[in-house]
Design a binder for this molecule. Sequence first.
Ligand SMILES: Cc1ncc(COP(=O)(O)O)c(C=O)c1O
Length: 418
Amino acid sequence: MNINFTTATFRDFENIPDYNIAQRAEIFYEFLEYMKSNGHMNYRLKNTTGTNSVVSVDIENQNKEYVSFVSSDYLGFTQHPKVKQAAIEGIEKYGTGTGATPLIGGYFDYHNRLEKKISSFFGRTEDEAVVFTTGYTANSASLQCLMQKEDLAILDMAVHASMYEGCAFTNKKTFPHNNLEALEHILRTSENLYRTKLVIIDGVYSQDGDTSYVNEIYDLVKKYNAFLMVDDVHGVGILGETGRGTLEEANLLDKIDIITGTFSKTFGSLGGYVIADKKIAALLRFQSRQQIFSATAPPSSAGIIKAIDLIDEEPVWREKLWSNINYFKKGLDDLGLDTGITRSAIIPVKIGDPHVTGDVGRLLIDRNIYTNPILYPAVARKDARIRMSVMARHEKEHLDKTLNAFEDINKKLHIAKK
Ligand SMILES: Cc1ncc(COP(=O)(O)O)c(C=O)c1O
């Protein structure tokens, strides 16, 4: 088996025919060394200061400051004094961990307060919310619980990996991103063939930063007697008049069968949640494997309760974020760069070629700007890009420094749209 390192991505090493674990690990190790030698290895870099608009990163034992675009802490709440204080108080009161799964002793009163808080944030009741230990398991463990071999999951191709994982043991069909005709075709042709048909979409898509056609999809779901699940982790706190996300924009907050989300992005901590009818929520509490077999979120989660309050108490962070998003996107567009169809805090600069994208990532690092080059399989092979997350904490000087760097890189590598 010959793998061409110049065009390879991590995906090519996931399963190599005839290679046992040791052989696969060996060739992958060589690939990592190759990436390092090209300066393309800006993955798993050591952050030494925490999430912020400027962070210190240790690259090969050199600790330097970088303007950072790698964090989904969009509103900057990981560093908000009130959120930190609430997390500290949680630890003071309960200690550092829970020592048990929710079912057998790990469900504490702060988990219950969190369920009350997040459900009322969405205008729902406490018994309609279930918290999970990560956003990933809110998706994967819920789906594994709800969807069995007699059911059908219908996924927008661009949904998050956690959704795909949750559908490992059920029937699965995918439709091209936001393609309503293809979705309707699947719904029509699978009528009466499955017990449950569940359409699965994201509110904001994590690589392009664009949004779903949720109103149209909702109508189709009702027409064909299916259910709808929406993961809005990149929309909540950012979109919607009061920051309730894409479902607030669409006026559908009280109509979606299953809403999922995370506490690791806008809410500055760790954990996930599912909002659903109280009977579906009860099913998840007692039947989802995360709830039965994996420990609950630690007492620092008390900080999340404060973070949720701050969405209403301090809208200034959302305003600052939007002013940064608009300024930065316009700057990139004015340089002729391709930012696609984003309408969120996720701004891609689409380049196409994975190798050139790696070079852009390295040149940005050389200018003390930390971004994520995104390659296949996160996006299609020819759709590599630099993906940036804008934060409320970015200052104009951070954005200008980055725009200047892109201008210079474009002169060298010609990455602007033709
Ligand atoms: C769309 C989407 N859903 C779910 C998740 C998982 O959330 P978490 O990282 O909090 O587990 C992510 C994380 O990156 C995501 O982008």
